[in-house]
Design a protein around this ligand. Structure first.
Ligand SMILES: CSCCC(=O)C(=O)COP(=O)(O)O
Ligand SMILES: [Zn+2]
Length: 269
C-alpha cells in the first residue's frame, strides 16, 4: 500500500504534549460504551508501530494537519484507512487533532467485526460513509472535512438551484482523477469540467449513508461527494491520492468562493 510520508518518525522515547482521545473522554465524559472488550496483545499490535506509514500513526498525523486547515475543527470530520482486511477508524465526538493510535478502532473488512475497540469511546458516526467508499469504490482512504469553503460552495449551489458543483478551466482540476476503469485512466485535463454531486444533510451523520451511496452510483466517476451545509467526503485508492484530491478540491472551492465574490463565473463563456 503506497502511503505518503508526512513527517520524520517520532522517537519512541520522546514525550508529547497532546492528550489522546481516551484521556479527553476521561476529562470530559460524553458517552460510555457498554462493551468491555478485553485488551489483548493482538489488538494492541494492530495499532502499535514506530513506522510513520502505519495507518494508526497516519490517521493521527493527518488529522493534526487537517485541524490546522480548519477541516476537522470542533471534533467534526475525520479520516479512515483501509489496509487490506483492516479498517482503521477514529472515535466519535473527540478532538480529532489530539488522537493517539491507541484511541483507534480496527474493524475486520470481511466480517465487519471490531478487532479492537478502545474502552469508553464509540466509533466515528462517519463509519458507514467511509465503508461506502471502501466497498463501492475500492478506496484505501476516505477523508471527511468540514471545510468552510466546501460548505460555502454547497450554499452557492443551493442558491443557484443545482445539486452539482461544476467548474472548468482551472489548472488545479488536473489534480482530480477522470474516473474509474481502463478508459478513464489519468486525471482530468485543463479543459475538462469537474463535477461534484451534492447531497442533502441529515440530522445524524450515519443517516447520510443511503444518499451518499446513491450519489456514488449515479456519479460512477466521482471521487467525492459534497454534503449540503456540512462538508465533503473524498476518497482515493490510497492515502496519498485521497489527501492530494482533498487538497486540490479545497483549493478549487476556495477559488470558487472568491470568484463568486468578484462576480466571476465558474464556467467561463
Ligand atoms: C460537530 S461534529 C458533528 C458530527 C460530524 O459531522 C462529524 O463529522 C464527526 O463525527 P464523529 O462521529 O467522527 O465525531
Ligand atoms: Zn461531518
Amino acid at each position: 500500500m503506497a502511503f505518503v510520508t508526512l513527517q520524520t518518525p517520532r522517537s519512541p522515547h520522546s514525550s508529547t504534549k497532546n492528550v489522546g482521545a481516551e484521556q479527553q473522554c476521561r476529562q470530559f465524559p460524553r458517552s460510555r460504551s457498554k462493551s468491555k472488550m478485553a485488551t489483548t496483545h493482538d489488538a494492541e499490535a494492530l495499532i502499535t508501530s514506530h513506522d510513520p506509514h502505519h495507518p494508526a500513526n497516519l490517521i493521527c498525523e493527518l488529522c493534526k494537519k487537517f485541524y490546522t486547515l480548519g477541516w476537522v475543527t470542533g471534533t467534526g470530520g475525520g479520516t479512515s484507512i483501509r489496509d487490506g482486511e483492516r479498517i482503521y477508524i477514529a472515535p466519535s465526538g473527540v478532538q480529532k487533532e489530539l488522537m493517539k493510535p491507541q484511541d483507534l478502532f480496527v474493524m475486520d473488512y470481511a466480517t465487519r467485526e471490531y478487532l479492537r475497540r478502545p474502552p469508553v469511546l464509540k466509533p466515528s458516526a462517519c463509519t458507514p460513509l467511509f465503508m461506502a467508499a471502501f466497498t463501492l469504490r475500492g478506496a484505501g482512504c476516505c477523508i471527511h472535512t468540514h471545510s468552510k469553503d466546501a460548505v460555502l460552495v454547497t450554499l452557492l449551489c443551493e442558491a443557484a438551484g443545482t445539486d452539482v458543483f461544476e467548474i472548468q478551466k482551472l489548472e488545479q482540476i488536473k489534480g482530480i482523477p477522470k474516473g474509474y476503469g481502463e478508459e478513464k485512466k489519468g486525471n482530468l485535463g485543463y479543459h475538462d469540467r469537474l463535477r461534484i454531486p451534492i447531497i442533502d444533510n441529515t440530522a445524524h451523520e450515519e443517516d447520510l449513508k443511503d444518499t451518499l451511496e446513491a450519489a456514488i452510483q449515479q456519479w460512477p466517476d466521482t471521487h467525492a461527494v459534497l454534503v449540503k451545509r456540512h462538508g465533503i467526503y473524498v476518497w482515493g485508492k490510497d492515502v496519498a491520492q485521497a489527501k492530494t484530491q482533498c487538497e486540490s478540491l479545497d483549493y478549487i472551492f476556495q477559488l470558487a468562493v472568491e470568484m463568486h465574490k468578484l462576480g466571476l463565473p465558474w464556467i467561463p463563456k
